[in-house]
Design a protein. Structure first.
Length: 382
């Protein structure tokens, strides 16, 4: 498709400049993750500027440009990734399109921020990570729960020996409602599309567990689709769901700690998200409204000895590290903004605090191990 505006092109981004230009692929003027998270996040950060947008049609692109005050708008992603003032390409479309769009941005030499899951499967993820390595460009994957102040606080407490030696960890959580879905999310019912309970709520929850406590050495898993028919909210039509709605894993972490995780579809009165870390000296308990720690605010409670856990205040130096983000706290954009802010600091400091495509591949590897174990009934290496 032809772009709605032409502009000067160049192949290499100027990542050393003080303000980073971001081109976002997949913007709607009224809904979607770009509108909910990326645009508010970038607007709150003085070292970023949204320089270009693209959408699936010229009409949508123009409407988005008018809504967000961006003049360079396209219906052709190839034109967006070629713009000289686009340093970072943010890919915020549905998962089946990630590989094509990410590959185009990487081929243009751009830094890429791709939403999670990186690909439909492990092969997709590995291909994109390999291309990024070949091109020698930086990448970010949308596993932004790692940047949540509560997760940083838990890591700090563990380093300080709050629980002593970690013996075990248990995590349970709820995903989206299991009986009805809005039409825009109906594609998540098809396992082949790669965006479902296993990859999204389970994947994000798994990532914070492994980020905080280390990787699985081996695991056993079961999964099932307990409610195979689901109603489309707008039409009342019932369609068959091929993606699983129950995932339970038990395994051993490389530290030797026992870990169990059970993520399931929404049920009436169920616990939204509960994660306990039990050690020789104490316990940490992290809670939220759902098993989407990248979106929902997290509460940290703790106890040492035999006391009951009490809420622990997250230090201000963690919650207020970037003061311009204060207005976003509690909103879906908050952790996305913190990821962008941390990435800018990574560029300046030569550090690696924000998860990249290599980190995404590792998470896809563990998800693939869960699928192998559930299919075979055997314990597998992770």
């Amino acid at each position: 498709m032809a772009g709605t505006q032409a502009a000067e092109t160049a192949s290499a981004p100027a990542t050393t400049q003080s303000t980073l230009g971001v081109g976002i692929i997949g913007v709607s003027p009224t809904r979607g993750w770009a509108t909910t998270a990326h645009i508010p996040a970038l607007r709150a950060l003085p070292n970023y500027e949204i320089t270009a947008l693209s959408a699936h049609s010229a009409e949508s692109a123009h409407a988005a440009g008018e809504a967000f005050g961006v003049t360079q708008v396209f219906s052709d992603h190839e034109q967006l990734v070629a713009q000289r003032d686009v340093d970072i390409v943010a890919v915020t479309v549905k998962v089946p399109h990630h590989r094509e769009l990410v590959s185009a941005a990487l081929a243009a030499g751009k830094t890429v921020y791709c939403e999670w899951p990186l690909g439909r499967d492990l092969d997709d993820a590995r291909a994109m990570a390999a291309l990024a390595a070949q091109k020698g460009v930086r990448t970010i994957v949308g596993l932004q729960a790692r940047q949540a102040p509560a997760i940083e606080f838990v890591r700090q407490l563990l380093r300080d020996g709050y629980v002593g030696e970690v013996l075990s960890t248990t995590m349970i959580g709820l995903s989206i409602p299991g009986d009805v879905v809005g039409q825009p999310n109906a594609y998540m019912l098809d396992k082949a599309n790669g965006a479902n309970l296993l990859t999204v709520p389970f994947g994000h929850s798994l990532d914070v567990l492994n980020h905080v406590l280390g990787e699985f050495a081996d695991l056993s898993a079961v999964s099932d689709a307990r409610r195979p028919l689901i109603t489309i909210q707008e039409t009342g039509e019932q369609i068959v769901k091929t993606a699983v709605d129950q995932v339970a894993v038990i395994g051993i972490l490389t530290s030797g700690a026992t870990a169990s995780v059970h993520i399931r579809e929404f049920v009436a009165g169920g616990t939204g998200f509960l994660w306990e870390i039990n050690g020789t000296a104490g316990t940490l308990r992290i809670t939220a409204d759902a098993a989407l720690p990248e979106i929902f605010p997290l509460t940290v409670a703790g106890a040492q000895g035999r006391d009951e856990p009490a809420v622990l205040a997250i230090p201000a130096e963690l919650t207020q590290r970037w003061p311009t983000l204060a207005s976003l706290e509690g909103a879906p954009a908050f952790n996305v903004a913190r990821a962008y802010a941390a990435f800018a600091a990574d560029i300046n400091n030569g550090t690696h605090t924000v998860p990249d495509f290599a980190d995404a591949v590792r998470r896809h590897e563990v998800i693939a191990a869960v699928e192998r174990s559930a299919a075979s009934g055997h314990r597998v290496k992770a």
